[in-house]
Write a protein that binds this ligand. Structure first.
Ligand code: GLY
Length: 359
């Protein structure tokens, strides 16, 4: 197996088709008294767990904790549920929690493991593209609270991240594209955007191991210089001020909920227009980037929502003094953080998108 290993100061990320088998030696390297637990959701329990247990015999008799899939279950009561099972099944401070799933599972599992007995080891095995390139790496854990995305959480690193590309085979196409949105985000803010021809080449021909490794390596470098999100790490929030507002709106209004990457794809479009209006991003680049994102997500547009989605901009974690803050792109790989945005700027940007939408 050709494994790509990305080391950071605190933990390593291993990337390969079949990389799950590495968990066997990791578990065997731990003290014999250390017990393991697996956290899954109702989808990964069905589609990914059998494959994991077949590859890692050390997991064959461990307790499996199953959460109902879906962002609506990303709340404190689910954390209590996980901790309740850990306690009732005899977990102690030396236990290991294996998080097998997408962002919901790695965020919520990471938080549960970090709170239980003031912190036990956890390993992330992301099963979605979005989890692989974003949620499972970087040490952010959390849950939603009172309608606010990830507003309760901790910075806490896993002991290891294992990216087994075989899990992508069972990922629905819509979920896969949701992950592509975060890959595009990393390419836009790193200046690598022209290097992948998202439109002209069938995605099956891409070297996904390398693409995913590049995306993770970029994120790891950013996180290494600003783990707690005080300055540079904020660039990773490009598209997310608007994206989180749309995601929360779609979850709370009875619409069919947007996936995280879909909300970010729309958020990046609006924040690109804001970048053109409020910074030096030139219109040629703006139109190229809009065409790219709209080409990958042809079914999405702001016409799908009424303007009340904007109410959710007021509660974003990135705001300061009740002022909406965005990360904007000034040019290829040039990012400005903490830019104050007025509601009138948003309306003007929405108007631009109405006129310049290819969808
Ligand atoms: N997803 C953004 C971050 O990890 O900082």
């Amino acid at each position: 197996m050709n494994i790509i290993e990305l080391k950071s100061e605190t933990y390593s990320v291993h990337i390969a088709a079949g990389a799950s088998t590495l968990l066997q030696s990791y578990i065997q390297s731990r003290p014999a008294t250390s017990r393991s637990f697996i956290l899954v959701d109702s989808n990964t329990g069905k589609h990914c767990l059998p494959r994991l247990v077949a590859a890692v015999p050390a997991l064959s008799n461990v307790t499996v904790i199953t959460l109902q899939a879906g962002e609506a279950n990303k709340h404190l009561a689910s954390v209590e549920g996980v901790i309740g099972v850990l306690l009732s099944q005899g977990a102690d401070r030396h236990s290991l929690l294996v998080n097998l799933g997408g962002g919901l599972i790695t965020d919520l599992g990471g938080l549960s493991a970090s709170l239980f007995m003031r912190g036990i080891d956890f390993v992330n095995l992301p099963t979605s593209l979005l989890g692989m390139v974003d949620a499972a790496v970087g040490g952010k854990t959390g849950v939603n609270f009172s309608g606010n995305k990830n507003s309760i959480g901790l910075f806490s690193n896993p002991s290891k991240v294992i990216v087994d590309l075989n899990y992508l085979e069972s990922l629905p196409e819509r979920e896969f594209r949701s992950g592509v949105s975060e890959v595009i985000k990393h390419q836009l803010i790193s200046g690598e955007i022209g290097k992948t021809n998202w439109q002209a080449v069938p995605w099956s021909q891409f070297d996904w191991a390398t693409l995913i490794a590049q995306s993770i390596a970029f994120k790891q470098n950013v996180v290494a210089s600003d783990f707690q999100d005080h300055h540079l790490r904020k660039i990773l929030n490009f598209g997310h001020t608007v994206g989180h507002a749309l995601e929360t709106y779609s979850l709370t209004t009875g619409l069919s909920p947007l996936l995280h990457g879909e909300a970010v794809a729309l958020g990046m479009q609006l924040e690109l227009v804001l970048s053109h209006h409020l910074t030096e991003l030139d219109e040629k680049l703006l139109k190229d980037y809009l065409r790219l994102i709209q080409g990958v997500f042809p079914e999405l547009s702001f016409n799908m929502f009424d303007h009340s989605w904007m109410n959710h901009l007021q509660t974003d974690k990135k705001n300061q003094d009740r002022e909406i803050r965005c990360v904007l792109l000034e040019g290829l790989g040039k990012v400005r953080v903490d830019v104050p945005i007025a509601e009138a700027d948003i309306h003007k940007a929405l108007q631009y998108l109405v006129v310049n939408s290819i969808n």
